[in-house]
Design a binder for this molecule. Structure first.
Ligand code: ZN
Length: 290
């Protein structure tokens, strides 16, 4: 290793501090739209969005009970309940809880909702660990509890189809953003046409995360690469994601807008967004190897 000028060492130290600080700031200074109410609405067929302005929470309904994917922050239960009722269902009828990524902005109300509904919490192996210790073992934001721990009743894995009533929801393990990140997909039929629907966890890289040099967790770089590859290969008509901004919620839908199964049809937008995130990933890879 060649000796480094002091200025370079100092600037590198400053950068590390800022990155650490950025992660901590992100944990406590939450974007306002995460808790801003937004009306519940039907995305397509039996898929409803019941989250906030910035946080995607999704309800998949059946005659035998419902699946709820994600929550918002820890005080989001009343907002979610209100949104579920506004689209004609009851929180108490939720049977299965799922998450797309075990980060507090999507998990913090799971323990509460599990208690209210008696629903089972299902999760991938690696997100289950983080759910059960309240974020403590999160390799990026961990070392502290960032949400109320929730016990996991069943481990789900890639390719598995979750069945509840007429729901057939396929699990896709899309790790990278967290070790256990997952997306879900299903086919629905509306107006005599089949639609492929994805509730997709996008491969965004949180500030301060490391891919290859002192990686945030072993294999994180390969996980991201494989997730982008798999997502680009998915046939998708309609997609939503864990944050409204990621899937253009506010461009595609205005509160009160009449239901149409075509509102969220956007196959090209999905691929374009995956490619945009992959480009950011490739840039960071190059930067770390420099
Ligand atoms: Zn996250």
């Amino acid at each position: 290793m060649s000796p480094q000028p002091l200025s370079q060492i100092v600037s590198r130290f400053a950068m590390t501090c800022c990155l650490l600080f950025a992660s901590t700031a992100q944990l406590y200074a939450q974007p306002e739209d995460w808790s801003t109410p937004f009306p519940g609405h039907r995305v397509i067929a039996n898929l409803y969005a019941v989250g906030t302005s910035g946080l995607g929470v999704f309800l998949v309904t059946s005659d035998e009970g419902h699946i709820l994917i994600n929550t918002g922050l820890e005080d989001s239960t009343p907002l979610i309940q209100e949104n579920i009722e506004s689209v004609g269902f009851r929180l108490e009828d939720v049977r299965i809880l799922l998450t797309m990524q075990a980060h507090w902005d999507h998990t913090a109300a799971l323990a509460d909702i599990k208690e209210i509904t008696g629903a089972e919490m299902w999760a991938t192996t690696n997100d289950a660990r983080v759910l059960e210790d309240g974020g403590f073992s999160d390799p990026h934001f961990g070392g502290r509890e960032s949400f109320k721990p929730v016990s996991v009743d069943k481990i789900i894995s890639d390719g598995e189809v979750i069945e509840l009533g007429e729901i057939h929801l396929q699990v896709h393990e899309h790790p990278g953003h967290t070790e256990g990140s997952s997306s879900y997909s299903m086919q629905v039929r509306e107006n005599g046409r089949d639609y492929a629907v994805a509730i997709a966890n996008m491969g965004t890289i949180n500030a301060g995360k490391r891919l290859v040099v002192d990686p945030t967790y072993p294999g994180v770089s390969e996980d991201f690469a494989e997730t982008y590859r798999q997502q680009k290969a998915m046939e998708i008509d309609v997609w939503v994601a864990a944050h409204g901004g990621q899937y253009g919620l506010h461009d595609k839908y205005a509160p009160g807008q009449a239901y149409s199964p075509d509102t969220f049809v956007d196959p090209d937008g999905f691929v374009a967004e995956v490619e945009r995130l992959e480009d950011i990933y490739l840039e960071q890879l190059a930067e770390e190897r420099r």
